[in-house]
Design a protein around this ligand. Sequence first.
Ligand code: ZN
Length: 673
Amino acid sequence: MKQYKNTKINQGSQEERSEDHFNFFVDQFDDMRVLRYKLPGFESMSPGLKKYIYFLGRAALVGRDILWDQNFRYNLIIRKTIEAIINSYPGDRNSGEFRSFLVYAKKIFFANGIHHHYSSDKMLPGFSQVFFKELILESDSGLLPLEKGESREELVSKLVPVLFEPSLFSKKVELKAGVDLVAASSSNFYENVSQEEVEKYYSALTDNEDPRPVSLGLNSKVTKTDGLVTEEVYRSGGKYGPAIDQIIFWLEKAAQVAETQGQKEDLDILIRYYRTGDLKIWDEYNVSWAKNTVGMIDYINGFIENYEDPLGMKATWESVVEYTDVEATKKAEVITKNAQWFEDHSPIDPKYRKEKVTGVAARVINVAMLGGDCYPASPLGINLPNADWIRKEIGSKSVRLANIAEAHDVTSHNNGFLEEFAADPDEVARSRKYGSQADELHTDLHECVGHASGKLAENTDPNALRNYASALEESRADLFALYYMTDEKIVELGLLPDEEAGKASYDAYIRNGIISQLVRIKPGKTIEEAHMRCRALISRWAFEKGNEENVIELFRREGKSFVRINDYQSLRLLFGSLLKEIQRIKSEGDYEAGKNLIEKYGVAIDPVLHSEILERYERLKLAPYTGFVNPDLIPVFDVNGDMSDVVVKYPDDYLSQMMAYGRDNSFLSPFRN
Ligand code: ZN
């Protein structure tokens, strides 16, 4: 599971510099901005460690095409068309329409496809069909993705409706109740099959008695041929084989220079999994990886998160390479050491508490490379593996991405966002004083103990919550964190300086859940993304339940809406009782109750409030979504041609990195995968 924070949407567009004058800002267009992240301490690592990072970093980049194809089956053709135009269009590049084309290209690179990475809506071009036709007809046909015998005119006819027709492929992931979610979603996990057929197919394969079930359907596409439903498995020699072979190539190199024998063994299992696509081996790998906490360097690489599948089974490909931030990790370890205390005092039904919380390994890390579904939009926290039985028996590894958070924070100060949406100067002052550390602690609690807490009742189907599972799971982890943020134990453990700090986190959470996160939603839309649904659910539920006692107050001043918390202690108890209910829903697999909660509190938006918030936000001229360019890791060779070192360069152009990745890391045919 991943944690995205949009309490950090307050971004400045101007170039901002940290104390050591590192320039984080790279680019901004439409609702997106791009930053760089710093690799503190990389230079002083041993050449061996740097090489290990380098090889893992290559393995993080070469699977890029897989994600593009998973997101939508035309994405690779579209991307290659865009790349060909950028590389060869001979016309005027300063015209308004060409500049508009470049903005569109940047947005598509950002989203790894034509659907917005967060809202999942198709992003429509801001230039005309006539201009698009001109771009293709004047570009080099040797560079365009033309199928055998296909003319440029035919490519135009193929792509125009896909890009310009608003009702066609309008949504990547549809989660609306009451429709065929498979048919209504454009993500490329199913073809020629209905939701009902998919569900029937997998329910026949589900063994509810198995205490260690594999993550069914995780790494395959489901299709129907000759009336028969079948799975095409992602593996070497199978679906996405050419890209997977590249991943294997670099993982094998990494295994040769791994820091520890345990890391080498993990990589060997992962390679075996990529060769076979066998989900039993995937579990074997995850068990081994979760246990292995020795060493400075770690990574994720695989088909991991299922946010893009409307049925919550199929995972997109992603990778992160990371190294430990030793000082900050000491703090997170305090939480890990007290994990059992948190579990034992959690306000849930005692029968759903874990008797023994095992191995919640929490580290603070710096990212060295982002790939697949973590690039360019990066999470701020990651907790893996996802399989419930592994989490229960072995535990999980939790990380907070310190250098990513730093880039967010440094570029977010003093841009007016907080002042615009906070209820009063006290709240602003509290946020300035405690905001960053409260936020870090919330992420640590969410990842280290939140997701790891609780257990299922016997015989509960782990997939019972289906399309509501992600939002409910994020809610559970957030509520666990919120409940403890204002506990005196937190101050006692030295995790926060005083109780005011916990209040700052409640302020930010409620303000975001009810008011400020709406800036991310286009007018007329509802809330779709799991983390946003979670924050809306928690905040609005608490607002409604505390209404009589005025726990949270919604008020207007000078024509603007604000929220203020009047009673922090009561709010904490409300968080506790919602946590109890959501834990029950998860433990018992109560789909109906979960659905009702999300649909009632997590989806709809009051249009009047929404347009007011959008107007206020518009005036600040900020971009709500942040992505990152990766550093360039450049190998250095000695006189014998052996790699002796790796140096870091920080690129300053977003589009150039995207074009270079398209040139160097593309291994799939754009036509049929
Ligand atoms: Zn989470």
